[in-house]
Design a protein around this ligand. Structure first.
Ligand SMILES: [Zn+2]
Length: 264
């Protein structure tokens, strides 16, 4: 901390932003490869269209995309705008986390959590799954981080409570509608998030996720883009809820408890 402290604040944030872009670039690899069951380490990045390996100079986050005009150097196939968007989003998220948390263990935890939420959101939107390759290590990470942040008891109760609620909702939904409303990916996700955030905040995550999901669902029905049988991926709403609970969970729970006891 002593090493970092004397540097100007802006310089630190800029440095973290650069790291965030690089992490975002790795997030893109995960988003593209994990649903296909490909390794995220090997081989090095290649153009999905012409299979040419991408040289290092074309692999600089955001900048390469701009310099190449959004096209592959070799075959000129358009590169999706989603790539630089993911990189910038990840960098903004990590920098915000740094500005709020500073150089703390909490920030180290967020360096993993933030990009994971971006990856989960992107994969669930595209494929309607949250892969085991993310959720299962996520449960171990959630336990390790949660024991540090919230203590062993709250972390374990959070894991059991979160996944238990989702299993029950899934079962009720299945009996009423006869199809799977709650994917097992969601259940494993909420187990990890519950372990990380503890039992109080995981209730908040579920509440926020359900609220956001309902708003989007109703808006979609009003716009006639969805009907009541539409399957909306739940992951993005849970990710948003997790982010809110991670940063503002204590304040929101405090407000709620104060309001509930009439002291507000
Ligand atoms: Zn190409």
């Amino acid at each position: 901390m002593e090493l970092i402290h004397p540097l100007p604040h802006l310089f630190q944030a800029g440095f973290i932003f650069m790291i965030g872009l690089a992490v975002g670039s790795f997030a893109n690899v995960c988003i593209y490869r994990i649903p296909k069951g490909e390794s995220i380490v090997f081989p090095a990045s290649h153009c999905p269209s012409c299979n040419q390996p991408i040289p290092a100079r074309d692999n600089i986050p955001v900048l390469s995309f701009l310099l190449l005009g959004g096209r592959c150097r070799f075959c000129k196939t358009t590169i999706g705008r989603i790539y630089p968007v993911i990189e910038i989003l990840t960098a903004v998220l990590i920098t915000s986390g740094f500005l709020r948390l500073g150089p703390t263990p909490e920030f180290v935890i967020f360096m993993v959590l933030g990009p994971a939420l971006v990856i989960i959101t992107a994969i669930d939107l595209q494929h309607k799954i949250i892969p085991n390759l993310i959720t299962l290590p996520g449960i171990l990470f959630g336990l390790a981080g949660g024991i540090y942040l919230e203590g062993v008891t709250s972390s374990l109760i959070g894991l059991v409570l979160g996944s238990g609620i989702f299993l029950i909702i899934g079962e009720v939904y299945f009996r009423i509608r006869g199809d799977e409303g709650m994917g097992m990916g969601d259940v494993k996700y909420i187990a990890g998030a519950g372990a990380l955030l503890g039992w109080q905040k995981i209730l908040l995550v579920i509440f926020i996720g359900a609220l956001l999901g309902s708003i989007v669902g109703v808006a979609g029905m009003v716009e006639k883009k969805l009907n009541y049988m539409s399957q909306i991926p739940f992951g993005p709403f849970l990710a948003a809820g997790t982010l809110i609970a991670f940063f503002w969970g204590d304040q929101l729970i405090h407000l709620y408890l104060a309001a509930a006891s009439g002291r507000y």
